[in-house]
Ligand binder design. Structure first.
Ligand code: UT7
Length: 310
C-alpha cells in the first residue's frame, strides 16, 4: 500500500492536495515481480469460483489492459494457459479505462449470436509499471488492481440492457505512452527522456470526462428504455471524486447512488469498475433487480456506459 504521506517523501506534493483535488488517500502497488496477468489470473479464478464454473467451461477470454505483460502475445493468451481453458479464443482490448465496459459489450454480443456460451472478461492493470514516479502530476493518481466477470446467457430483461460506446481520436495525445511502439521505438534516447511512462494532460481529460460520462450515460439509459431516475446504482470509473460529483449534479441523482472506492485504490484504469462493482455487491449495495449504470472514460479519448439489470 502506498499512502499520500509516502508520496510526500517521493515528490513535491501533499496529502492535502491529493485528497482535495482527487479524493485519493492510498493505492495498492504490485511487487516488482508481479505482472498484470498475475493479478488477472487471481481475479479470474475468484470470478469462476463465484459463478460455480470451471475454466474449461469458458470459450472466450477478453483481457482489458493498458499494461499487458508484453507488447505481444496478448495477456489473454497467458491467462488462457494459466487458467486452463483449452482452445478458448483469447484477445486483449486496449481502450484505456473504458476497457472493461467495452469487453462486456463484446462478450455480450458474441454470446448473443450463439457463437459462445460463456466468456470471461478480465480487467488487469499494473499502472505502477508505467508511472513516472518523478512526475507529481500523474504519480499520485494511479494504483494496481484487477477484476473479472463471467458472462453468460441470462433470462430476458436481465443482464446487459443497453450500452453506448464511443471514441474521439482527436484527443489521443491527451493520455498516452509516447514511446515503445512503432511510432517511436525504444532507443537509448526514448528511455533517457522517460517516454515509456504514461503522460497526461489532466485538465483536458477532466473536461472531456464530465461531458463523455454524462452524454454516454444518457444514451445508454435511453437505449435501455429507462430514465436516469430509474437508475438505482451508478458505478463510475474511479478517477477523481470531483468528476463523479459533477456527474451526480448533471444527472440530478443523489451522490449516495454513486459507488466510490478511489480513496483506497486510486485510479486503477480498466480495473476500477469491476473492483467497485464487486465491492458494492458484497456490501449489499446492489440487489437483484436493481438497474445499475456503469460509466467510464479514458485514453482514446474513449467512453463507454452500460445499463445492467442485476
Ligand atoms: O482514467 C482517466 C485518466 N485521468 C483522469 O481522469 C484525470 C482527469 N484529471 C484530473 O483528475 C485532474 O485534472 C488532476 C487531478 C490530474 C489535476 O487536478 P487539477 O485541479 O486539474 O490541477 P491542475 O493540473 O490544474 O494543477 C493545479 C496546480 C498546478 O500548480 P500551479 O500551476 O497552479 O502553480 C500544478 O502544478 O497543482 C499543481 N500540481 C500539484 N501540486 C501538488 C499538480 N500535481 C500536483 C501534486 N501535488 N501532485
Amino acid at each position: 500500500m502506498l499512502t499520500n504521506f509516502d508520496l510526500e517523501k517521493m515528490v513535491d506534493t501533499t496529502d492535502e492536495w491529493i485528497r482535495t483535488r482527487t479524493g485519493i488517500r492510498e493505492r495498492r502497488i504490485a511487487d516488482a515481480d508481479t505482472s498484470s496477468s498475475d493479478l488477472g489470473v487471481e481475479s479470474a479464478r475468484r470470478a469462476l469460483e463465484e459463478a460455480g464454473m470451471a475454466a474449461s467451461d469458458i470459450q472466450l477470454i477478453i483481457v482489458a489492459t493498458v499494461t499487458p505483460d508484453t507488447i505481444f502475445p496478448c495477456t489473454a493468451s497467458l491467462l488462457q494457459h494459466r487458467l486452463g481453458a483449452p482452445r478458448a479464443a483469447a484477445f486483449d482490448l486496449v481502450v484505456g479505462c473504458t476497457g472493461f465496459v467495452y469487453g462486456l459489450a463484446v462478450a455480450r454480443e458474441m454470446i448473443a449470436t450463439g457463437v459462445y456460451d460463456h466468456a470471461l472478461v478480465v480487467a488487469a492493470e499494473t499502472l505502477s509499471k508505467i508511472t513516472n514516479w518523478e512526475d507529481r502530476s500523474t504519480c499520485v493518481l494511479f494504483g494496481d488492481a484487477s477484476g473479472a466477470a463471467v458472462v453468460g446467457p441470462v433470462e430476458e430483461g436481465r443482464g446487459v440492457l443497453a450500452y453506448a460506446l464511443g471514441n474521439d481520436g482527436t484527443n489521443a495525445h491527451a493520455l498516452m505512452i509516447p514511446a515503445g511502439g512503432s511510432r517511436l521505438p525504444t532507443s537509448e534516447e526514448t528511455v533517457a527522456a522517460r517516454q515509456h511512462y504514461l503522460t497526461m494532460n489532466g485538465q483536458e481529460v477532466f473536461k472531456f470526462a464530465v461531458r463523455a460520462m454524462a452524454e454516454s450515460s444518457e444514451e445508454a439509459v435511453t437505449n435501455a428504455g429507462l430514465t436516469m431516475q430509474d437508475i438505482d446504482v451508478v458505478v463510475p470509473h474511479q478517477a477523481n471524486y470531483r468528476i463523479i460529483e459533477a456527474s451526480a449534479k448533471r444527472f440530478d441523482l443523489p451522490y449516495e447512488r454513486f459507488i466510490t472506492n478511489l480513496d483506497r485504490y486510486g485510479n486503477t484504469s480498466s480495473a476500477s469498475i469491476p473492483l467497485a462493482l464487486d465491492e458494492a455487491v458484497k456490501e449489499g449495495r446492489i440487489k437483484p433487480g436493481d438497474n445499475v449504470l456503469l460509466s467510464s472514460f479514458g485514453a482514446g479519448l474513449a467512453w463507454g456506459s452500460m445499463v445492467l439489470r442485476w
